[in-house]
Design a protein around this ligand. Sequence first.
Ligand SMILES: Cc1cc2nc3c(=O)[nH]c(=O)nc-3n(C[C@H](O)[C@H](O)[C@H](O)COP(=O)(O)O)c2cc1C
Length: 135
Amino acid sequence: MKTLVAYFSATGTTKQKAEHLAQEKGADLYEIEPKVKYTKEDLDWMNAKARSTQEGKDEQIRPELKEEKVDLDAYDEIYLGFPIWWYRAPNIIYSFIDHNDLEGKTIHLFMTSGGSSISNAQKQLKKAYPNLNID
Ligand SMILES: Cc1cc2nc3c(=O)[nH]c(=O)nc-3n(C[C@H](O)[C@H](O)[C@H](O)COP(=O)(O)O)c2cc1C
């Protein structure tokens, strides 16, 4: 069975980490992309009305994906990476999990951040998806 590194990155930092990880693991690489890209204004966490701030306040918002469903049949291990936004995984990660069948696969989370650890993001994803094997 094969390994996949799937990641979302708005400004390239997580992308770089994902590329290194895929190389190190000999894994395939997949970029999780939103249907509508995040602009600089969307990412302004100082602005309460910015797209990312609105999403950060409401875990139920599911940004649309550019490609909804990915063929994951070949993979039994998935590294899932993202930037920490508002102390947790961006909502698009929830969109990706909702649209794809990850049950029975081993999911390893990785992230980049400005200093926050992964622990809250991990706790919230495990709580939202108790049937998945997330570590
Ligand atoms: C909307 C938004 C919210 C963020 N919230 C946090 C946070 O809660 N904690 C933190 O350490 N960094 C936070 N950051 C910083 C990013 O996690 C960090 O810059 C990350 O490496 C960006 O990854 P990317 O280039 O792959 O998008 C935030 C950045 C944005 C744009």
